[in-house]
Design a protein around this ligand. Sequence first.
Ligand SMILES: [Zn+2]
Length: 438
Amino acid sequence: MTESDLSQPPTRDLCGTMLVHRRLLNESTTYRSRRAVIENRALQYERGRRSPARTDVVTIPVVVHVVHNPAVPAQNIGDDQVHSQIAVLNRDFRAANPDLDKVPEVWRPLVADARIEFRLAALDPEGEPTDGIVRVPTGRTSFGFDDAVKSSASGGSDPWPTDEYLNVWVCQLGGGLLGYAQFPGGPPQTDGVVILHSAFGTTGTAAPPFDGGRTATHEIGHWLDLYHIWGDDDGACSSDDKVADTPNQADANTGSPVFPHVSCGNGPHGDMFVNYMDYTDDAAMFMFTRGQSKRMDACLEGARASFLVASGALTAPSPSAPSPSAPSPSAAGGPVRDGTAPGGITQQAAMPGPSHWPAPAAAPGVTGTAGTTGATAADAATVPAQPGPDGHGGPGGHAGPDGEVGRLLRDSERLAAEVLKEIRTVIDMVGGGDRPGG
Ligand SMILES: [Zn+2]
């Protein structure tokens, strides 16, 4: 830290995602169990033991909840600010961002097109046309990372079905918090991401150095199961982000670092501070890696598989389509519209109706009913739910995942010990491993 850092606005070290993660690990055995299953699957993808079945781009329907205090009119951000954010996401997750050429040459081969696009929902949960933006006045002056913004009962806005829509809450956050996400595997009623309005989009109230829309890119990275690139080990070099092609790095980078910044013996190239999952300024982060993309694939074909078929919300043409700079959803081969997925993902993604929500206490464990929580039974490597291989590769289709049940079972057994070790590490980090009644 330099003296000049002290005069800077809040940095991205106030992403609250790991605080939420640790709280859930401490509070919920269900969450711990689901995280173990999700990590198991991610490891299989990361290590090449399982390949993404998806070749098409998936388009994720988004609902943006603008929760604003009428006493501060600026909080009620304009539609154009929302659209500017969607446009950023559609560039960043497609490696189509114009600043990609600022990636140091040594990492350019690792740049990944994550094949994920985002579109404001065209249909609401009742099937009525919508612009995908919900505006809710609140009496609260600000929110924290306690999820209050996600419920009308606590001054926020209730989510739309979180297995069909990516819920994004935009509001005033306190304490310099820029945003936070909930990792896959958490309670459905709080699933989604929360972003400070002045760190959202590229226009309106968006303020430097977080006016590039990258807070949402970062938080949605978490929502798709990416960890911070330094592994949240407070500089210890002992933990990483579980992605092999991102260098192990000691701690978060902030501001706009100069290449190279070496830590944890990761020279000569050092920290990949240009990665969206670091804490650098919006103007200093430009890429996801291939390894991170695989991890997102594991999430989209596992815990968030519902999004591969859930875009019934895209059926009607949206009057508020993404900006012209965004890739065309119609050309993207997005998810199917009528729930009859042509690919092998149909079964695991056959979610119940959007209006049914299990209470958190009633949420099943990882071996429970698939599809009610976003953590599907297909996540459990011991319950490979996907039927046979491909042959369904039409537009919007998703080739069936591998059907080699026996191989998966054997892999799972081998991986089980590794996963347990990984989870134990995480639990040890939060000091909650041996607490009774967790
Ligand atoms: Zn974060």
